[in-house]
Design a protein around this ligand. Structure first.
Ligand SMILES: *Cc1c(COP(=O)(O)O)cnc(C)c1O
Length: 368
């Protein structure tokens, strides 16, 4: 591995393959695998990751927004792409780029039918989403009749799948709630599948759903965080490999004399002589202000160095008083050995947020 001379997010593609195989080993052979590559594949790089996963043989991709799907199509991705949160103003673009919309309300269904008919489509694939308790997006189970009536009126669209999303699949204390979600989904999907003249797929599990609710794998599962190496559970994490390492290096070392301050607003004042390292990474790179003032930390020569003072836009300063190191030394912000989950936890956040926060200014490099 190259020593970091600048801030870089290193992506280990072999680790994705490892995680993919681990998750696949939890599935029946005929259960399809949808890889969630929204938000730049959780901050890594959607195009590289999607190309790699397409070669590994994933069945489906999902993105959140239409533009994310267009970027994949423009990069040559041929696998079906589900757009989880399309907005009606993008429906023409969806059809032009062969993207498959999640249809989550009457309004969206009606608008999509109009656009599909205007584009002279026949059997255009859509995915109907039901709300079973997350209360975010999705039809209510009381809307089945209207959905079916709308479907009967047109040949422009075809229901490729019915799906729902779990609210707390990682939380054992919410098992009853999750099982209720699964039951609600089974009930509502039964009503639709019985009425449709063709077969349609069913899916409800995200990563933690795959691991905790094998009875709910249905026809397909949707995994994001697991592919990137986190299982929302220490036992599972042992089997997964975080794919991303965020590295940087020491730009300058200072001695802050007792009584002197450091950084903007003089937020840190030394109560003894302190040795600090300035690093070329700041809140514009994804290390938000809450990590400052002793909360967050990085690793230098294997030792934990806490961020002191306020996080700047382009820099942070860390306390290296008891860490032997010199200017130019490598710094690990997070990686397989120093979990992004732990760093995120220092500000009551989660791996998902820290990973997706690494901004586009940070170079990505790939290990194959
Ligand atoms: C983001 C998302 C997923 C992936 O969830 P993970 O916990 O990352 O596996 C699956 N389904 C939907 C609808 C999502 O929005």
């Amino acid at each position: 591995m190259l020593k970091a001379q600048e801030t870089v997010l290193e992506i280990d593609l072999k680790a994705i393959q490892h995680n993919f195989k681990f998750l696949k080993s939890k599935l029946e052979n005929n259960t399809k695998f949808l890889a969630v590559v929204k938000a730049f594949a959780y901050g890594s790089d959607a195009i590289e990751i999607a190309k790699y996963l397409e070669n590994l043989g994933v069945d489906y991709f999902a993105v959140a927004y239409v533009d994310e799907g267009i970027a994949l199509r423009n990069a040559g991705i041929k696998t079906p792409i589900l757009v989880l949160h399309p907005l009606p103003e993008n429906f023409n673009a969806i059809i032009q780029h062969c993207l498959e919309p999640s249809i989550y309300s009457q309004r969206v269904l009606n608008e999509f039918i109009i656009v599909a008919e205007n584009n002279k489509q026949k059997n255009y694939p859509i995915h109907i989403k039901f709300n079973t308790g997350l209360n975010r997006l999705g039809f209510a189970d009381t809307e089945v009749e209207t959905i079916l009536n709308n479907l009967k009126k047109t040949e422009a669209i075809k229901v490729k799948s019915l799906f729902s999303h779990l609210a707390a699949s990682e939380d054992e204390n919410e098992k009853t709630f999750t099982l209720n979600q699964i039951t609600s989904f089974n009930n509502v999907s039964k009503k639709i599948t019985e009425a449709l003249p063709y077969q349609t797929m069913l899916h409800i599990c995200n990563t933690s759903g795959i691991l905790n609710y094998p009875q709910a794998h249905l026809n397909m599962v949707r995994s994001g965080i697991g592919l990137y190496g986190f299982g929302n559970n220490p036992k599972i994490n042992k089997h997964l490999k975080p794919i991303a390492t965020l590295k940087t290096s020491i730009s300058q070392i200072h001695i802050i004399k007792k009584g002197n301050s450091l950084g903007y607003n003089r937020a840190f004042v030394a109560n003894k002589d302190v040795r600090t390292a300035t690093l070329p990474i700041g809140h514009a790179d994804g290390i938000g202000r809450p990590y400052g003032n002793g909360n967050g930390f990085v690793f230098i020569n294997g030792k934990k160095a806490f961020i002191i003072g306020n996080v700047c836009m382009d820099m942070i300063m860390v306390d290296i008083t008891s860490i032997p190191c010199k200017e130019g030394d490598e710094v690990i912000v997070f990686g397989p050995e120093h979990s992004a989950e732990e760093l995120a936890g220092s500000i009551q956040s989660i791996s998902y947020e820290l990973l997706t926060s690494v901004s586009q200014r940070v170079k990505r490099s790939f290990r194959r």
